[in-house]
Design a protein around this ligand. Sequence first.
Ligand SMILES: *[C@@H]1O[C@H](CO)[C@@H](O)[C@H](O)[C@H]1NC(C)=O
Ligand SMILES: *[C@@H]1O[C@H](CO)[C@@H](O)[C@H](O)[C@H]1NC(C)=O
Length: 328
Amino acid sequence: MALSTSCTAASSLVLMKFLSIFIFLLLLLLPSSSTASHAKGSSAIPQSDVDLLEFPLNLEYLEAEFFLWGSLGRGLDTVAPELTGHGPSPIGAKIANLDHLVRDIVAQFAFQEVGHLRAIKKTVPGFPRPLLNLSRESFATVINDAFGQTLKPPFDPYANEINYLIASYIIPYVGLTGYVGANPKLQSPTAKRLVAGLLGVESGQDAVIRTLLYERKLVKVNPYGITVAEFTNRISSLRNKLGHGGLKDEGLVVTPIEGAEKRIKGNVLAGDQFSLSFGRTPEEILRVVYGSGNENKTGGFYPKGADGRIAKSYLIKQKFYLLEQYSA
Ligand SMILES: *[C@@H]1O[C@H](CO)[C@@H](O)[C@H](O)[C@H]1NC(C)=O
Ligand SMILES: *[C@@H]1O[C@H](CO)[C@@H](O)[C@H](O)[C@H]1NC(C)=O
């Protein structure tokens, strides 16, 4: 009898605990589901935030396609056709010759970028995939510009792990600086939450790429006899030059004065004098990814330019400019 009473007491205690957890969870869920439905209509997001959230779609499309093709040999058209918005297929993307580890990591990056596209398009209207030039020649042009000479044979991003990682060094970092640059301009909590989430994973990808390259920093890239470190330093210098925004990019080995606390030359992560990530404006990013040093002049990875209000505003100016020149 005594035993069964204590049993019932114990089980009602358990029941009460469950009930209180249930009520607690219910309370937690109620306000969050009401904010979610509020955000869905994007009525809570001011136009300036919409513009700043749409701009990085350009870069996320590029990353998704480059990583999907490089690791799996197929792109958004087969992996997630609903995200393309019927935009044109990329030019020249193909599967890369990678070892098991790098292919595995790049495939993870690829699906992360697909997630990023979904997250942005769930929050703002966005636009279809822009035309992307991911051809061997497109990357070779960047590398030639970085070295100020024509490498022979032309650099092939898809040839092996090292080349693919060097080509990857060209990409997520630019997105990362864009998110750092956009953050202080955002107004709505929804936009800030999204950009923080994107920035976290984007900088993680950059860290992985840089670490894999850092391990090989003294390896000479075939057949040029130039080290991996030199490649990264040259690419970073080119981006600083094209961006016209001062020093915002650093290779894997720097003079100690540019290293953390001005005390170390290894530079596995780039950062300013306080080791904070550099930020870039959309204009600086366009100058870099167009390869032209001018937000008005399309080219590079975006033969027809980037999309969204910010990028388009410069293209309209370019059309007027060309028209004026023509009629003059
Ligand atoms: C892709 O880039 C390469 C190198 O710049 C260029 O030769 C080629 O014409 C570009 N393709 C398109 C369709 O823009
Ligand atoms: C882009 O075009 C606008 C309008 O013509 C002009 O004011 C601006 O200086 C141009 N920017 C560059 C970098 O050429």
